[in-house]
Ligand binder design. Structure first.
Ligand SMILES: NC(=O)CCC(=O)C(=O)O
Length: 276
């Protein structure tokens, strides 16, 4: 099993031109490789602006489409595991917000559909309803990086502790969330939620945002890698940037042994208490 995974998060600028977005992503993946990355991850909706009015226009089938082709080629050319952010997928006349993962040979090894759709209403601040267009996925998806189990979620999924807990129970040591938090919830929740999921489940959490844009849905940025201790290892600012950290899996084993909460849970009691 791999002990250390050099992981790069690509906080890229995203605009309306799909081809430009794909070219930019390909260049930044190659830059990450030059920095020694073994695992590279892109943000949510990296091939299009983020918004319900864009999902139909930018949707593609997977794995046959320009975005899948670029991701497969970039993974193979740079010989990296590539978490290809997300892009809108069309499958059987339904639309999904989908994350694909490619191995160093360019093979599609995982596909995760956003499970909890981003439907919120904060009057005067932000109203968003992904479910107007998108359907939710209903499967947890993991993949393997040389013996290390990695779980996938997308942005709003980060808020649901059950998802992260189930991944921990499946044996994951790393969770990856392509994301695009906004300017209202981002400053107060983005870092906090990542640290909460990391410390609750004693695993690494990576979340990758687009860089801050100037109009439309404005992304908070601040992509981050968090350790199983809940420590922020590295955090981006708001501009286009690659952040990188060496994820040392022994840290997971250490904290799980030293603070053995998963063996100390009173699962004999929780159901009974809930039913009282
Ligand atoms: N794209 C998303 O799911 C955004 C999630 C978000 O901003 C939040 O506050 O949650």
């Amino acid at each position: 099993m791999m002990k250390i995974i050099r992981t790069s998060l690509v906080q890229m600028q995203v605009g309306a031109d799909r081809l430009k977005n794909l070219e930019n992503a390909a260049k930044l993946i190659a830059d990450a490789k030059k920095l020694g990355a073994q695992l590279v991850a892109l943000p949510e909706c990296f091939n299009s602006p983020y918004g319900t009015n864009f999902f139909h226009e930018y949707a593609e089938t997977i794995p046959n489409g320009p975005t899948s082709n670029m991701l497969s080629e970039a993974a193979r050319e740079n010989s990296v595991y590539l978490v290809g952010g997300t892009f809108p997928e069309i499958e059987n006349n339904k639309y999904y917000n989908t994350c694909t993962v490619w191995n160093p040979h360019g093979k599609l090894i995982a596909k995760f559909k956003k499970m909890h759709l981003f439907d919120i209403d904060i009057p005067g601040k932000i109203t968003f309803k992904e479910s107007d267009i998108l359907s939710p996925g209903s499967d947890l998806v993991t993949f393997d990086v040389e013996g290390v189990k990695v779980g996938l979620g997308i942005c709003y999924d980060l808020r649901f502790e059950e998802l992260a807990k189930l991944y921990r129970l499946q044996g994951c040591k790393v969770l990856i969330f392509p994301a695009a938090f906004n300017m209202t919830t981002g400053p107060i929740h983005f870092e906090l939620l990542q640290r909460a999921r990391a410390v609750d489940n004693q695993l690494f959490v990576c979340a990758i945002s687009p860089a801050r844009n100037e109009s439309g849905y404005i992304a908070w940025g601040h992509s981050q890698i968090t350790s199983p201790w809940g420590k922020v290892m590295v955090q981006a600012k708001d501009k286009e940037e690659i952040i990188q950290a060496d994820i040392d899996l022994t840290e997971c084993d250490d904290v799980r042994r030293q603070i053995p909460i998963f063996y100390q849970r009173r699962i004999d009691l929780y159901d009974t208490i809930k039913k009282k």
